[in-house]
Design a protein around this ligand. Structure first.
Ligand SMILES: *Cc1c(COP(=O)(O)O)cnc(C)c1O
Length: 469
């Protein structure tokens, strides 16, 4: 399998070449040259597989530059009951007939990003050892991504993580999760500033090509194809749990921000998984809902980007969306370049309303929007009706899913985080503290390993140089 850029760069690359890269050289995103089709006999065979072996079968269709035995071993090392809490890895819970929650957040940091990031950690370690190279991962986080990256890379050979976060602005639980890590290859940098300052620092360092090359700086952001393809697996696993045979169809509702999670659902559907609807649920930051309602994609400025109680979906633009648009435009790279390179840069928007029927009918997309009041009501409702406590992001999904249910088609809502990560809204909705998994009891009291720095690019660079080898 070769990979191409959504903006038409002539190079074709293999999986391990793009594994450690971010964007393609022309600013596009990498996609496989085609989506492998899965026939009925293969689906039937996969139905009985343990999660790790299912992951291997799917990844092997996209990765031909890692020997099969090594890839299978990497999958089995990643997806274990010890790390993900249950033998099913992503157990399905029926709320009522036809409505399910698929649990993606029982990994080390209690959010679905662990599903992909844990595999990425093992892939990075494997590939760096094979090349005899090292990598310094630099990132900015306001919560979920940074902790998922740190728990995936902790103790890994050849990898160091430098994670900036806004000093004193993450929830006490999130700070404890990250700062209690004592691994030598994990560096928490609390920046005196806000999240945007952290992002600006990462950008400034990445734009200094000489520094970047000298200190082998890399990232683990959500546009990484390896993260996306790892997420394809749980759409298959959810489908197999909700159905008895491959003649049945299901729909998925996905709490969405950067469009990474639901884009994996799109890939699964393109491979032939019998998915009826893919419903994108947004919060008040409704860039995606607006597109699937009107066909207009309009990125937001920071003044129009709201801080909500489902913060991991507070986005101004959806960084993976370009991948879907590429398929929607029949893979016309020149048109993608015109839209994402030119129209967004000059007008901040583009109009694909002529293609909207195709997005809905051929690609199965639908959408909906949820607000803080909806979240609170949904959390309360789920607790009363099904004795199930959901987090704020999953609540957005559950709220939107209800409006898109169809008779005879099971609706699976992806649970993207556990309530303990967003305790304040749970208390507001239920008047009680959220459930806390036993391994996190007392985590706020553990010793913290963090360095506080001013919002100053040079000081961050100096820190990296002093702590790399
Ligand atoms: C990252 C995240 C999302 C959004 O996922 P995307 O892939 O960016 O669409 C939703 N919920 C939670 C809890 C997250 O951490």
């Amino acid at each position: 399998m070769k990979y191409l850029s959504t903006r038409g760069h002539p190079d074709r690359k293999r999986f391990c070449e793009i594994l450690l890269e971010g964007l393609a050289p022309d600013g596009g995103l990498y996609l496989p040259e085609h989506y492998p089709l899965v026939d009925d006999a293969t689906l039937a065979r996969w139905r009985g597989l343990p999660y790790a072996d299912l992951a291997f079968e799917i990844l092997a269709l996209y990765i031909d530059d890692i020997p099969a035995d090594d890839l299978r071993a990497l999958c089995r090392k990643t997806y274990t009951a010890e790390v993900f809490g249950t033998p099913e890895i992503v157990p399905l819970k029926q709320l009522e007939p036809g409505l399910y929650l698929e649990a993606l957040s029982n990994g080390p940091t209690l959010a679905f990003k662990d599903m992909a990031m844990q595999l990425l950690g093992n892939l990075f370690e494997y590939e760096l050892a094979r090349r005899g190279e090292e990598l310094n991962i630099l990132g900015a986080t306001s919560g979920d991504t940074g902790s998922a990256a740190e728990y995936a890379m902790r103790g890994k050979k050849g990898v160091r993580v430098f994670m900036t976060s806004p000093h004193g602005r993450m929830s006490p639980f999130q700070q404890a999760q990250m700062f209690s890590l004592q691994d030598e290859n994990i560096h928490n940098l609390a920046i005196r500033g806000v999240f945007d300052d952290c992002q600006d620092i990462v950008k400034a360092v990445s734009n200094d090509l000489a520094f970047k090359r000298q200190w082998r700086i890399g990232t683990v952001n959500s546009i990484n194809w390896a993260r996306l393809v790892a997420q394809v697996v749980y759409y298959f696993a959810g489908y197999f749990q909700a159905t008895r045979g491959n003649d049945e169809r299901v729909s998925f509702t996905v709490p969405s921000g950067n469009f990474g999670n639901i884009c994996a659902g799109h890939v699964a559907r393109m491979m032939g998984l019998p998915i009826d609807r893919l419903v994108a649920a947004t919060n008040e930051n409704d860039v995606l809902d607006e597109f699937f309602r009107t066909g207009v994609y309009r990125v937001r400025g920071s003044a129009d980007t709201f801080e909500t109680s489902s913060p991991s979906m507070d986005i101004s633009k959806a960084s993976n969306f370009e991948r879907f648009v590429f398929d929607l435009l029949d893979r016309d790279a020149a048109q993608v370049r015109a839209l994402f390179g030119d129209a967004l840069a000059t007008q901040g928007r583009f109009d694909l309303s002529a293609r909207l029927p195709l997005a809905r009918e051929r690609f199965g997309f639908a959408s909906g929007r949820s607000t803080h009041a909806d979240r609170v009501a949904t959390i309360r409702d789920a607790w009363q009706r099904w004795q199930t406590m959901v987090d704020t992001h999953t609540a957005d999904g559950l709220k939107v899913a209800q409006a898109h249910r169809q008779p005879g088609v099971p609706m699976i809502v992806l649970e993207t985080a556990l309530p303990i990560k967003f305790a304040a809204t749970i208390v507001e909705a239920l008047g009680r503290e959220p459930l806390r998994p036993r391994r996190f009891e007392g985590i706020e009291l553990l010793p913290k390993r963090v360095t506080v720095l001013p919002a100053d690019v040079q000081q961050v660079k100096d820190y990296i140089a002093a702590h790399s080898c």
